[in-house]
Write a protein that binds this ligand. Structure first.
Ligand code: ZN
Ligand code: FE
Length: 254
């Protein structure tokens, strides 16, 4: 199994340390900074062996050089981003398997937020690291891709088990929740979840991780087929991709 430690960094990012209990190998996912990660690893007495990246944005990679220099860790990242991510030792693409210690993850190609974005699903431990493709009650802003591309990407998550634990890369949940209520106001699962989220945030606690099951029931970006949402948007006969596009557009202007 994998032991996961969540480290809040920068203003609203989450970075993750993963320890393979069998071999003691330790991976860091998306280190946007170095010092807090190195300090936390030291405190835990974990030796970082691997650095794993989802996409090229600075808040996910700026700690790579320093952590690699200090630990000699192997850096793995998206095959399509070799021109814009430094220090890569290995690349992976959708359909590939990533290995660290005795752990293996399936790699999903999830373009939309960026064109090279990938995500990692450790099937045995059932944990998903979607980077900035999927958030609690949200999805990544489309800096490079199209809504159709993003919807295509996100559909891969719909096939994973509901109990999958989702470790996304930002604490955006409260503002996502306020938006989700405008799209899906009659969803009781959503209103209950929002109450829980507000309580957690008022106590300064993280709302991440969530489970895919919660996202399936409440995240509007995974629910363009939902009749309640379609009625709310007056799009009952549109395609899922068209409804997704509308939801993403509304979020951008929210
Ligand atoms: Zn990003
Ligand atoms: Fe980010």
């Amino acid at each position: 199994m994998i032991d996961v430690k969540q480290i809040p960094i920068l203003s609203d990012n989450y970075c993750y340390l993963l320890r393979d209990e069998k071999t003691g190998a330790v991976a860091v996912i998306d280190p946007g900074v170095a010092t807090p990660i190195l300090d936390e690893a030291k405190r835990l007495n974990w030796q970082i062996t691997d650095i794993i990246l989802t996409h090229h944005h600075y808040d996910h990679v700026d700690g790579v050089a320093e952590i690699k220099a200090q630990t000699g860790a192997t850096v793995t990242g998206p095959a399509k981003d070799t021109h814009r991510i430094d220090h890569l030792d290995k690349t992976v693409d959708g359909g590939d398997t990533l290995t660290f210690g005795s752990q293996t993850a399936k790699v999903f190609f999830v373009p939309g937020h960026t064109l090279g974005h990938i995500a990692y699903w450790f099937e045995e431990s059932n944990v998903l690291f979607p980077g900035d493709s999927l958030f609690a009650l949200g999805c990544g802003r489309l800096f490079e891709g199209t809504p159709e591309m993003m919807w295509q990407s996100l559909q891969q998550y719909l096939l994973l088990p509901a109990q999958t634990v989702v470790y996304c890369a930002h604490e955006y949940t409260l503002s996502n929740a306020e938006f989700a209520l405008t799209i899906d106001p009659k969803n009781n699962n959503l209103t209950q979840r929002v109450t829980k989220i507000k309580k957690l945030r008022s106590q300064g606690k993280p709302t991440v991780p969530s489970t895919l099951g919660e996202e399936f029931k409440t995240n509007p970006f995974l629910r363009p087929d939902d009749l309640g949402i379609r009625k709310q948007l007056e799009m009952t006969s549109a395609t899922d991709a068209e409804v997704f596009r509308e939801i993403r557009l509304r979020k951008d202007n929210f």
